[in-house]
Design a protein around this ligand. Structure first.
Ligand SMILES: Nc1ncnc2c1ncn2[C@@H]1O[C@H](COP(=O)(O)OP(=O)(O)OP(=O)(O)O)[C@@H](O)[C@H]1O
Length: 251
């Protein structure tokens, strides 16, 4: 058997992001270097204001880096023209947000295929059926968002993120608006999309239970990566978080 070397799904190198100037200057990210590997589920954790969303937004081409490099696959995002960036986001990235962001007048299926319809891309029916079956939405495709529970709406959003077979899915607090049972279903689904469909998922979360579904957790503090954990459990994640919260000893 030949082993294929793992290409990076996304990489940041020396990524810095500064907002404002003078007295309002905030260094949100400072020289962050990280690789997200294909077929891996990574959680990004850290205290409020540590730079989690900024990192995700810069990696996903939703915000511009102040310096450093961001690559999605082989494409460098820094310096890419707006149109090329929009195309890259549309064709190679999937997004799941805390608020489900579905269009109320469209059915679940129409919401799922909307990004591809807008892009004029042909829907891969076999893949779409797998995604829909994995999210467990088969019986609800003709429903509109208001006829679905919050958890079901987020499943539609997950299916929409995966339908175009993106290089990477970015999920920003995907369970933030869900009760723990619906949240567990969504996390299980994201995990299955990695294990069974080979997708790559990067998720920002505050919740150690949610992070426990990931293969790897990256911890940010004050705009820097301060720790990393492989094969996390809620217990080991909580333990690491306590270390960061512990008062600093001076003697
Ligand atoms: N558009 C902006 N303008 C100015 N400062 C910003 C902007 N966006 C974020 N910041 C600052 O950058 C730092 C990092 O913010 P970021 O939202 O990335 O943190 P976070 O870890 O995602 O926080 P939370 O968990 O509260 O969502 C914070 O100090 C924040 O106030």
């Amino acid at each position: 058997m030949t082993l294929t070397p793992l290409r990076a799904a996304a990489t940041a190198t020396g990524l810095s992001k500064v907002y404002g100037s003078g007295e309002t200057r905030v260094v949100a990210l400072e020289e962050v270097s990280v690789t997200f590997r294909p077929g891996e589920f990574t959680a990004i954790m850290g205290p409020s204001g540590s730079g989690k969303s900024t990192l995700m937004h810069c990696m996903a081409g939703l915000d511009y880096a102040t310096s450093g490099s961001v690559r999605i696959g082989d494409t460098e995002l820094v310096g890419l023209a707006d149109r090329a960036l929009t195309r890259l986001r549309r064709d190679q990235l999937g997004f799941v947000f805390q608020s489900f962001n579905l269009l109320p007048t469209l059915t679940a299926l129409e919401n799922i295929t909307l990004p591809m319809d807008i892009a004029g891309r042909k829907v891969d029916q076999a893949w779409l059926e797998r995604v829909v079956a994995t999210v467990g939405l088969s019986g609800r495709l003709s429903h509109r968002p208001r006829e679905l529970s919050g958890g079901q709406q987020q499943r539609v959003a997950c299916a929409r993120a995966l339908a175009g077979r993106p290089a990477i899915v970015f999920a920003d607090e995907p369970t933030g608006n869900l009760d723990s049972r619906a949240g567990a279903e969504i996390l299980g689904f994201l995990q299955n999309s990695v294990r069974e469909l080979g997708q790559t998922v990067v998720m920002v979360t505050h919740d150690p239970v949610a992070a426990g579904y990931a293969d790897r957790v990256i911890f940010l503090a004050d705009g820097r990566i301060v720790d990393e954990l492989s094969l996390p459990t809620p217990g080991t994640v909580l333990d690491r978080m306590r270390r960061f919260d512990a008062p600093v000893r001076t003697s």
